[in-house]
Design a protein around this ligand. Structure first.
Ligand code: COA
Ligand code: AMP
Length: 652
């Protein structure tokens, strides 16, 4: 047991630091548990109630609370005397540069950029789309939007103009913030043509665009009348003060892959988000004021939102923005160099990054050149942390390696091993145990609980805890039909798994058409939509095959229209180029196989799971509802992997 003092009520709570007590209390007395957690936040109007269920199955956390998230992430720390402490360190392995921003400096930059946005007409509730590489201005734009009580929607830089356009169309932003370019190891990416194309596609050409110019990239072309230069605007900006918002007002929209081509706009509120993240920093990551947290992800993903930008800053810690890769920038020692240079206490990355390092430097010889003694814990998420990689990372680093499982929708870990609380051993292959407020069940297709050790659908009882999605942007019906209707009273995670006798979860994979490529969540349905547009394609299926580095890789199977006479190599190249053009390089779509027919049920459903099993060389069951069993025999001949690769797959 230890005590904390609530900063807004002056009340002294007895706070348990034991996992089982915390978890039990969060479910038995949620009002008390979450109001107590709310004491970590500085409120304009402290909430008197934790949960409003009057709109169930939609829920409102801290309905009477008023706050500003940007104030809590910045000004508050300056007011408390930490103005001189580093808030953000920018480390660019691509440029070989490092920059440090204190809390006072970052507060000033954010206030001034909020002034810039305000001068462009952005106000409370307006949307701002942010399409940027990993530079400090991305975080500044997010925090400035939050400062005005506006709503940001960050779009990952690896997405193509069409994907950006879909998000602009859905969010109808009052402004777009971008940079002139991003740097990938293999190429420099000009952002401005992509932004112009996306605005055109979305019919939003008049939207003001703020551009952070980067050396070596093209400036806005003539004719872009509403495009403004970041530095010029900042030079004369009037700083904007934080605007009070209701705890239930939206902070951001983050679009994520659904099973159809249309991305889902996950909505995060202000109050629940600030409370939940603050709780996690202390209790899951064991990070407090002055500690250094480095999350090697991208601000375009939820992991970046929660643990590059908001989480560490809400906690008064220092965050690291890293522009680079785990390998090749310049070598597989890059992560160890960053840990040493910035005395990182907690590293959070995706398993695929660890596998990439291991592949390049199996014995971690490059570690010898660095002092990583500051490192206390390594966290992994985004995909399952396979046991080989877990043991390897544990051995070479000599610190606890913690897998934790979550989703864009939940915003923070559903299951984790909380390092700030005592008492939970780590088990290889498991993200451990449910976090407070997540009442987790494993159910079969009919919604009945299954026994320990039996795999089923992982579901979470409603209401979900604070900080999780409140709805999908402008679309309560889609939120309810996508997540809440499959199992009465539960949120369906879309993942399957089982619990062992100790209550530890083991996540086995998705139950839908979402795949995970190098920690990037992608929709095979969206890729099928793109491929299906090709005039030679009669029908197609995209499935995620096992990949030793990236976890999964997309693989397309196409049936040609009868009478089509196109050389296969050309068709394959065309289809790969189409997916890259319409979804983006991040889809990593590089494999296409032409097949005679796709296996289907009599009702026309393509048997993607069976195809995946055949291609991955697993045992497979042919459903009795199959339309034509002969198609499977043909596929076995075509897809059966030889030397670990699908038989006839064409890899250009
Ligand atoms: N902007 C533009 N393009 C991008 C991009 C960005 N922000 N990020 C990736 N891409 C492009 C890459 O340049 C590459 O293009 P290419 O086909 O022309 O080479 C393509 O998308 C695939 O990139 P990536 O997935 O990064 O694969 P890779 O083979 O270059 O690198 C890893 C492999 C494992 C090193 C890399 O995927 C990685 O670091 N993964 C970790 C991901 C992560 O942190 N995810 C967050 C989840 S928590
Ligand atoms: P995203 O919304 O991009 O964070 O992707 C969420 C999905 O990634 C989850 O539904 C899981 O399928 C997968 N995932 C994330 N973290 C883990 C993990 N630790 N173990 C297993 N799967 C994970």
């Amino acid at each position: 047991m230890s005590t904390i003092t609530s900063s807004w009520t002056g009340l002294i709570f007895m706070v348990t630091k034991n996992y089982r007590d915390s978890y039990t209390r969060s479910l038995e007395t949620p009002e008390e548990f979450w109001l107590e957690a709310a004491g970590r936040i500085s409120w304009t109007n402290p909430p008197q109630r934790a949960l409003d269920s009057s709109r169930a199955p939609l829920y409102d956390w801290f309905p009477d609370g008023v706050l500003n998230t940007s104030y809590n992430a910045l000004d508050r720390h300056v007011a408390e005397g930490r103005g001189g402490q580093d808030a953000l360190i920018y480390d660019s392995a691509m440029l070989g540069t490092q920059e440090r921003y204190s809390y006072a400096e970052l507060t000033d930059l954010v206030a001034r950029f909020a002034g810039v946005l305000r001068s462009q007409g952005v106000g409370k509730g307006d949307r701002v789309v942010i399409y940027m590489p990993m530079i400090p201005e991305a975080a500044i734009a997010m925090l400035a939007t939050a400062r005005l009580g506006a709503v940001h929607s960050v779009v990952f830089g690896g997405f193509a103009p069409k994907e950006l356009a879909a998000r602009i169309r859905d969010a109808s932003p009052a402004a777009v913030v971008t940079a002139s370019g991003g740097i990938e190891p293999s190429r420099r990416i000009e952002y401005l043509p992509a932004v112009a194309e996306a605005l055109g596609l979305a019919g939003a050409r008049d939207t003001p665009v703020l551009v952070k110019a980067r050396e070596g990239f093209a400036a806005p072309a003539a004719g872009h009348a509403g495009w403004l230069d970041w530095d010029t605007e900042m030079a004369t900006a009037t700083p904007a003060a934080p605007v009070d918002v209701k705890a239930t007002d939206p902070l951001y929209i983050l679009y994520t892959s659904g099973t159809t081509g249309a991305p889902k706009g996950v909505v995060r509120d202000n109050g629940g988000h600030a409370v939940a993240l603050s709780w996690t920093l202390e209790n899951i990551y064991d990070i407090g004021p002055g500690d250094i947290m480095w999350t090697a992800s991208d601000v375009g993903w939820v992991v970046g939102h929660s643990y590059i930008v908001y989480g560490p800053l809400l906690a008064g810690a220092t965050t690291v923005i890293y522009e680079g890769k785990p390998v090749g920038t310049p070598d597989a020692g890059a992560f160890w160099r960053v840990i040493q240079d910035h005395k990182v206490n907690v590293l959070f990355t995706a398993p695929t990054a660890l596998r990439a390092i291991r592949k390049a430097d199996p014995e971690a010889k490059l570690l010898d050149g660095y002092d990583i003694s500051s490192l206390r814990t390594l966290f992994a998420a985004g995909e399952r942390l396979d046991t080989d990689t877990f043991h390897w990372a544990s051995r070479i680093l000599g610190v606890p390696v913690v897998d934790h499982w979550w989703q864009t929708e939940t915003g923070w870990a559903i299951c984790a091993n909380p390092r700030g609380l005592d008492g939970m051993p780590i088990k290889a292959g498991s993200p451990s145990v449910p976090m407070p407020g997540f009442k987790l069940n494993i159910v079969d297709g009919s919604g009945a609980d299954v026994e320990a050790g039996t795999e089923g659908n992982i579901v979470l009882a409603l209401p979900l805890p604070p900080g999780t999605l409140t709805t999908l942007w402008g679309n309560d019906e889609r939120y309810i039909s996508s997540y809440l209707q499959a199992f009465e009273g539960y949120y369906a995670t879309g993942d399957s798994g089982y619990r062992d006798e100790d209550g530890y979860l083991f996540v086995m994979g998705r139950t839908d058409d979402i795949i995970n490529v190098a920690g990037h969540r992608l929709s095979t349905g969206a890729m099928e939509q793109v491929i299906g547009q090709h005039p030679a394609v009669a029908e197609c299926a995209v499935i995620g095959l096992a990949d030793p580095l990236k976890g999964q890789r997309p693989s397309g199977y196409v049936v040609l229209k009868s009478g089509v006479d196109v050389p296969e190599e050309i068709l394959v190249k065309d289809l790969i180029a189409l997916v890259r053009r319409d979804i983006g390089a991040v889809a990593d779509f590089k494999h296409v196989t032409v097949v005679e027919a796709l296996p289907k049920t009599r009702s026309g459903k393509i048997l993607r799971k069976t195809m995946r099993q055949i291609a991955d060389g697993e045992d497979y069951v042919v459903p009795s509802t199959i339309e034509d069993a002969g198609v499977i025999d043909q596929l076995v001949g075509t897809l059966r992997p030889a030397a670990g690769r699908p038989g006839q797959s064409i890899v250009p």
